[in-house]
Ligand binder design. Structure first.
Ligand code: PXP
Length: 261
């Protein structure tokens, strides 16, 4: 494991509550309530709450966003597609941050990063409208230098690096791919921070895969959802989030050269 000698700042945990809504919607009622999960996540140590309002509303609903905005005490990271409809909703609610993601109706989850390089003509205006209204703008991208350059050009505040390919390699137990994906994440995190972009990471992270990403000193926030909500079935939400928080803190302490238990 590479341990950087530079001081890594506190690593924030954003808890994505989409899949609490997935379970609720399976029966079409009101239980389990994602807003209640957001409160519990906050008590358990989440620094922020993430929710993705998808075009097809398959999990989070418009009403959830309204309630999250009025009830939660931590910043909301609003995940959204680059569409006029989502822009209007973001401008109406003004969450702390908007994370722009690619979206296709047929996909099971967000499958790849946003191709900022190919849509950069349209993005500067979209991003400035969000920033002018006081929101921070994050772009969910693959760990690829071209996407970092493009993200800087379109004046994003933040890039969120897609950790999905690394986590898939870990599920397959393919050590060469794990090393290659971690290398890409570490290199692009450095380049992004070097050009002044704040660096976040997420997708597919688990107790087993979080450590390596959490030791990267430029990464200041992880957004984690599916694993936490799934694991909560067995361990409870509070204790599952607490354990993830503990692993992140341990990684950070070691990245800072501090001895941890
Ligand atoms: N970051 C982004 C941009 C995402 O789209 C998602 C999935 O909604 C996540 C992080 C969290 O991924 P997971 O649910 O696999 O932890």
């Amino acid at each position: 494991m590479n341990i950087s000698s530079s001081t890594a700042p506190y690593l924030r945990l954003g808890v994505n509550i989409d899949h609490v809504a997935t379970i609720r919607n399976a029966r079409g009622g009101t239980h389990p309530d994602p807003v209640r999960a957001a409160h519990l996540a906050t008590e358990a140590g989440a620094d922020g709450i993430t929710a993705h309002l998808r075009e097809d509303r398959r999990h989070i609903s418009d009403d959830d966003i309204e309630r999250l905005m009025s009830e939660i005490t931590r910043p909301l990271n609003f995940e959204m597609a680059v569409t006029d409809e989502m822009l209007e909703i973001a401008l109406r609610h003004r969450p702390h941050a908007c994370c722009l993601v690619p979206e296709r109706r047929q996909e099971v989850t967000t499958e790849g990063g946003l191709d900022v390089a190919s849509i950069s003509n349209h993005l500067p205006d979209f991003i400035s409208r969000l920033k002018d209204a006081g929101m921070r703008v994050s772009l969910f991208i693959d760990p690829d230098e071209r996407q970092i350059d493009a993200s800087q050009r379109v004046r994003a505040d933040i890039v969120e690096l897609h950790t999905g390919p690394y986590c898939h390699a870990a599920i397959d137990g393919d050590q060469a791919r794990i090393r290659a994906e971690l290398e890409k994440l570490a290199e692009t995190a450095k380049s992004a921070a070097g050009v002044g972009l704040e660096v976040h990471a997420g997708h597919g992270l688990t107790f087993d895969t979080v450590y390596a990403v959490a030791t990267m000193p430029e990464v200041v926030e992880l957004n984690i959802g599916h694993f936490l909500i799934g694991e909560a079935i067995f361990g409870g939400l509070h204790s599952t989030i607490g354990r993830m928080r503990g692993l992140m803190d341990k990684a950070r302490a070691e990245a800072n050269g501090q001895v941890s238990a």
